[in-house]
Design a binder for this molecule. Structure first.
Ligand SMILES: *Cc1c(COP(=O)(O)O)cnc(C)c1O
Length: 417
């Protein structure tokens, strides 16, 4: 277990000053339990690494979008990376500054673009010409100027899972440099209501080394120089997100190491540094706490069936992602088992053939590193109510999302009668 702010004291698991058992007793299971101190520390690691250099750190909202979590970032002065109109609304509800929002995604709707222009976001990360035309038309209608950063695909391999690599030329994201260059020619005449202010790259997720970033930044920097020679000046150099976390035994570059490798290249260009980290900020801020329902002993296999399922945390089923599992209270013995949920799919597992403490019915397990792409990817599959979320700071617990009820699930159906 390598999550800061989660530790064992007196034979049981604590999140900061709160006994996990107590949180489960008060709020039930499955339960997402977050450490506020962890999140603050992670944000500060980037602030520290960038101190003295013009920068915007934009938290990628899709990793963990609870408005109380966003509020922690807003208070720290963070910007936000958004991918939908409702993410922008979450940021605003959380007290975040829309003017510090950057907006990514290949399919922005007209309504979403209109909202973002009205709220004067920092820039749109533009992924195609039709999108740019749409942004220009909507800005014209509103009598405004929209800012954009072109998302350029640097065609580097981030050495990560194929579902989460985004910077290779076969991915659906971004534009090739050649095409971006063409778009920027006579830009003002073509798009009078749009100002091109930046260049954005984003090469993937759970990247553990600095090398892919360095390669991508060097390529993008060459491109910036080429554009300058043609008279196009861009202010923001946006490296995207993607820095990894420790799930198992990975060695992961720190923000300081990453910044040291790439900032000189960006500083040489005199551009403002922007990053859009999601997983790094929150991935290890949370554990999903779950209760053992049954221990099922088949002749050749033992299944620990818990009350959390793939609808609560889909990463193992979707990406074969590794999540460590620990017992909330110490046990003397261990056993080898599959930890599975109640959903009617063979893909509904958290770990297979793993050695964990020998738990029984009613015992609590903690599924580690669940803070990023955990709750935000949860669903009501099998008509399961989504989990509660609780934020811990010191010895204080705060419910930040009530457990869903059956009535919550069917509200929008019943009103159709
Ligand atoms: C998802 C995403 C991020 C955040 O990625 P992490 O791996 O969570 O850091 C940042 N920028 C863009 C454009 C994204 O799509």
């Amino acid at each position: 277990m390598k999550q800061e702010y989660f530790e064992r004291k007196d034979k049981e698991l604590f999140c900061e000053g709160v006994a996990v058992k107590e949180a489960a007793r008060e709020f039930g299971t499955p339960l997402y339990l977050y450490s506020a101190s962890h999140i603050k520390e992670r944000y500060n690691n980037f602030e520290e690494a960038l101190k003295g250099y013009p920068h915007d750190i934009c938290f990628a909202v899709k990793a963990c979008s609870n408005i109380h979590i966003l509020e922690l970032f807003a208070r720290a002065g963070s910007g936000f990376d958004i991918v939908s109109g409702c993410e922008l609304r979450r940021v605003i509800d959380a007290g975040g500054d829309p003017k510090k929002c950057v907006y990514a995604g290949v399919g922005k709707s007209a309504e979403e673009i209109e909202l973002a222009i009205e709220k004067e976001i920092l820039y749109f990360g533009v992924e195609s010409v039709p999108e740019l035309e749409r942004i220009n038309a909507i800005a014209a209608k509103l009598g405004k100027t929209a800012r954009i950063a072109l998302r350029v695909n640097p065609d580097v391999d981030a050495h990560t899972h194929e579902y989460i690599t985004t910077g290779k030329s076969e991915n659906k994201f971004g534009l090739t440099a050649d095409y971006a260059e063409k778009i920027l020619k006579n830009f003002k005449e073509k798009y009078p209501n749009v100002e091109a202010v930046g260049l954005q790259i984003h090469i993937g997720s759970q990247i553990t080394e600095t090398e892919p970033y360095k390669k991508a930044v060097l390529k993008a920097a060459e491109f910036v120089k080429k554009l300058r020679a043609q008279g196009t000046e861009l202010k923001y150099f946006d490296i995207g997100g993607g820095l990894g976390i420790v799930y198992k035994d990975e060695t992961v570059a720190t923000p300081a190491e990453l910044i040291k490798e790439i900032l000189p290249t960006i500083a040489e260009l005199g551009m403002t540094f922007v990053c859009e980290m999601g997983r790094y900020m929150v991935g290890n801020s949370s554990m999903l706490i779950t209760k053992v329902e049954y221990v099922k002993e088949n002749p050749d296999k033992t299944f620990v069936i818990v009350d959390a399922a793939m609808n609560d945390l889909i990463r193992p089923a979707l990406y074969e992602a590794y999540h460590e599992i620990v017992a909330v209270e110490d046990k003397d013995e261990t056993f080898v088992c599959d930890v599975v949920g109640p959903v009617c799919e063979s893909g509904d597992f958290f770990r297979k053939d793993c050695q964990i403490p020998k738990v029984g019915e009613g015992d609590l397990l903690a599924i580690c590193s669940a803070g990023a792409y955990g709750f935000t990817m949860s669903s009501n599959y099998n008509s399961r109510n989504r989990a509660a979320e609780v934020l811990v700071e010191g010895d204080k617990m705060k419910l930040i999302r009530k457990r869903e009820t059956y009535e919550d699930q069917v509200r929008n159906e019943k009103t159709c009668r």
